[in-house]
Design a protein around this ligand. Structure first.
Ligand SMILES: Nc1ncnc2c1ncn2[C@@H]1O[C@H](COP(=O)(O)OP(=O)(O)O)[C@@H](O)[C@H]1O
Ligand SMILES: [Mg+2]
Length: 306
């Protein structure tokens, strides 16, 4: 089969997505890996895993963006000692550009504070919808990896981010509520949103063995009842250095790079970097934004039509 030229832009593309042309240009030059970090339950370490892997990749020279879709608790402010002034809602309202709301973290990690946690991305008005595409289009920065940190719970917002991403990291810890929440999330995403595979991060485990057992508990139910593929990608130890680094308003990979948790998070970051880039044509960040804006029922229609 002849190789498809994925860099080719047709005129109809340009006309159809005029406002996205900048985005198209950007994604033509490089592919962006989009990873959504989720888990269902709060307090399992989603934000910590997101920021640590982001910082670890950025330290290696990768251009990393974190989309902070977990605004409720002002995580980024607390964890990195950064102040986010405006957020995505100001961009969508046309008050400023995406670049104006980006907060720079360690090693140049770009953090985008998302819009209000209560507003679902699929509920954006047409003008906000165009605004989001335009916002990414105007961004001149090239991005290697976009990590999306999601809020607790199984809201529409969480589901859309998970479905739009190339890979979904599910953070779990060894607590019954974490396992049942992760199961519920995986069930919904695999059954209703056609997400086929999940990368599991066992967090706050006392040993590698405990991590494997935790994974086994989860797969025992998913294998029986769901058609989803689960892979254990990291076992991150429960490490007091995490708490100590929070006090310094740093994350553990920065404050204690040789601690057990930091080593595990660094190796997770390397693993993510080794995952193949998406193969869908037309640029991946753009694809992500477009997928983000599709309502679940539209998505079902989309499948039938294909
Ligand atoms: N591996 C770990 N060892 C020790 N504490 C951890 C670890 N991972 C996360 N934590 C701590 O657990 C708490 C919840 O983490 P957070 O990332 O905010 O969870 P979530 O985003 O899922 O709500 C934070 O205080 C964080 O520092
Ligand atoms: Mg969080």
């Amino acid at each position: 089969m002849p190789k498809m030229d994925r860099r080719r832009i047709t005129m109809s593309d340009v006309n159809m997505f005029d406002q996205a042309s900048g985005l198209r240009r950007m994604t033509q030059l490089s592919s962006t890996k989009v990873i959504t970090v989720t888990g269902g339950k709060g307090g399992v370490g989603k934000t910590h895993v997101t920021l640590c892997t982001a910082i670890s990749m950025a330290r290696q020279g990768k251009r990393v963006m974190v989309f902070d879709a977990d605004l409720g608790l002002a995580n980024v402010d607390v964890l990195l000692g950064l102040r986010a002034g405006k957020n995505l809602s100001h961009v969508l309202a046309g008050e400023c550009e995406l670049k104006d709301i980006i907060v720079r973290g360690p090693f140049g990690v770009m953090i985008v504070p998302a819009a209000s946690g209560t507003q679902s991305m699929v509920e954006l008005s047409p003008s906000q919808h165009a605004g989001l595409i335009r916002a990414f289009g105007e961004l001149e920065e090239e991005i290697d990896v976009l990590l999306v940190d999601t809020a607790a719970g199984i809201s529409d917002m969480v589901l859309s981010f998970a479905r739009a991403a190339q890979d979904v990291l599910v953070v779990v810890c060894d607590e019954p509520t974490s396992i049942t929440d992760a199961y519920a999330l995986i069930k919904l995403l695999s059954r209703e949103y056609d997400v086929p595979r999940f990368k599991i991060v066992a967090n706050m485990v006392r040993s590698y063995r405990e991590g494997r057992e935790l994974f086994a508990k989860l797969t025992r139910v998913t294998e029986r009842f769901l058609n989803a593929n689960l892979e254990l990608v990291a076992c991150i130890p429960l490490d007091d250095k995490v708490r100590q680094s929070v006090k310094r308003q740093k994350v553990v990979v920065e404050a204690f790079p040789r601690s057990p948790a930091a080593l595990a998070l660094n190796s997770l970051a390397n693993k993510i970097l080794s995952w193949p880039l998406p193969t869908n044509p037309g640029g991946h960040l753009e694809f992500f934004v477009e997928r983000l804006l599709v309502k679940p029922n539209e998505h079902l229609g989309e499948q039938v039509g294909e």
